[in-house]
Ligand binder design. Structure first.
Ligand code: FAD
Length: 355
């Protein structure tokens, strides 16, 4: 039987390990603390279209191809575990001022030219869709296909899938890929991937995020994912069964995952300007994680040498990227390249695959 080592047990490593085990590989997954990375912290938005921007064509197409695979991937998780991971079906990106509204028109034009469906809503239509948003919201971009998942349920489902399909879990830090004797290796160590392959341009991008719990008497969470720019900062509200996830700050701070007072203050202030009743919720959790950032906002999925494949660098869209990454790695393990993931080949940054 062919042997595969997967280094890293976030959503990327777990999903790759599951698919490979189902395809007949003998899989060992190395991670000293499965679930300690960005995958546990994330918001779970699947929003490549609303994030589209002229010039970022490859990132848009990669994200859209993965979004299109999510319904089937979610159904497979449900079939294997009984866990239903979706928490919202659609996304609204709201505008508070004329500059925001102009940006929404730019996004709609760019994304529409790529054949994806986004629709501008006026003030009354936004109010009908989400009655509890602030009166200052003047327009929105409605995305009928951008859903959201509970990333912690995704993580839990994947963990069960790995156990059921015979993936061996080794709670160890890998210090050198040369120590692994397996036929093939998938490097999926998130923001720490460059520690094991130094020429990989993956860096940590810090993000703080809040989990708010609904309290009796408070208005219910929005039904849509709500995205906005408030006080010049990007913000999103992702509904959960019991509340709302409010994310996320984004800045370079090395591997620091301390939650700062300023981060929490800004998130709450920004979120209240979009959903005024938010102050009635319980602040249940504040956490921070390191996104595995890449220079061009596309992941790094492909061959590094004859034995090692990269599946990393997903930045702020690694939950979104799971289904396409799994298909791409499965194809690579079979000696093929998946057309939808071609732009993510790490060789665009590496001359000759050097370490
Ligand atoms: C605040 C925040 C909000 C986010 N929101 C979203 C969102 O709404 N939608 C979305 O799509 N994405 C979101 N993301 C991004 C997403 O979380 C990441 O892109 C994704 O989780 C990356 O998954 P991963 O498996 O590559 O890495 P991780 O989940 O970070 O897992 C990496 C794993 O590798 C292990 N590891 C590291 N080094 C070694 C080693 N040497 N040996 C063995 N194991 C090792 C670690 O212990 C860790 O468990 C968000 C991220 C943050 C921080």
């Amino acid at each position: 039987m062919r042997t595969l080592a997967v280094v890293g047990g976030g959503v990327i490593g777990l999903s790759v390990a599951w698919r490979a085990a189902e395809s007949g590989w003998e899989v060992t997954l190395f991670d000293p603390e499965v679930g300690s990375g960005a995958s546990w912290v994330a918001g779970g938005m699947l929003a490549p279209l609303s994030e589209g921007w002229p010039g970022e064509d490859d990132a848009l197409e990669f994200g859209a191809a993965s979004l299109a695979r999510w319904p089937e991937f979610g159904a497979r998780l449900f079939a294997a575990t009984g866990i239903s991971v979706f928490v919202a079906e659609q996304t609204l990106t709201v505008a508070l001022d004329a500059a925001d509204a102009a940006d929404l028109r730019t996004i709609a034009g760019f994304v529409g030219a790529h054949g994806h469906d986004l629709r501008l809503l006026d003030r009354a239509e936004v109010r009908a869709a989400e009655p509890n948003l602030a009166r200052t919201v003047r327009a929105a971009l409605f995305s009928p296909t951008e859903s959201a998942v509970d990333n912690r349920l995704v993580f839990e489902a994947l963990r069960r899938c790995c156990a059921q399909s015979g993936v061996r879990m080794r709670p160890e830090v890998v210090t050198s890929l040369d120590d692994l004797a397996h036929d093939r290796i998938v490097l999926a160590a998130g923001a720490a991937s460059a520690r094991l392959w130094s020429s990989l341009p993956v860096r940590p991008v810090k993000g703080e995020i809040l989990r708010l719990r609904h309290r009796p008497g408070a208005p219910p969470p929005p039904r849509h994912v709500v995205r906005a720019r408030a006080h010049g900062r990007q913000l999103y509200l992702v509904p959960r069964g019991d509340g709302i996830v409010v994310g996320a700050t984004q800045y370079e701070a090395g591997f620091d995952t301390t939650v700062t007072v300023a981060g929490v203050r800004d998130l709450i202030a920004d979120a209240e300007s979009i959903l005024p009743a938010l102050g009635e919720y319980e602040l249940a959790e504040a956490s921070a994680g390191s996104r595995p950032g890449s220079p061009d906002n596309l992941p790094l999925i492909g061959r590094l040498d004859d034995r090692v494949l990269a599946a990393t660098g997903h930045g702020r869209n690694g939950i979104l990227g799971v289904p396409l990454t799994v298909d791409a790695v499965a194809a690579l393990l079979d000696g093929d390249v998946l057309a939808d993931a071609k732009a993510a080949d790490p060789q665009r940054f590496l001359s000759g695959g050097k370490r």
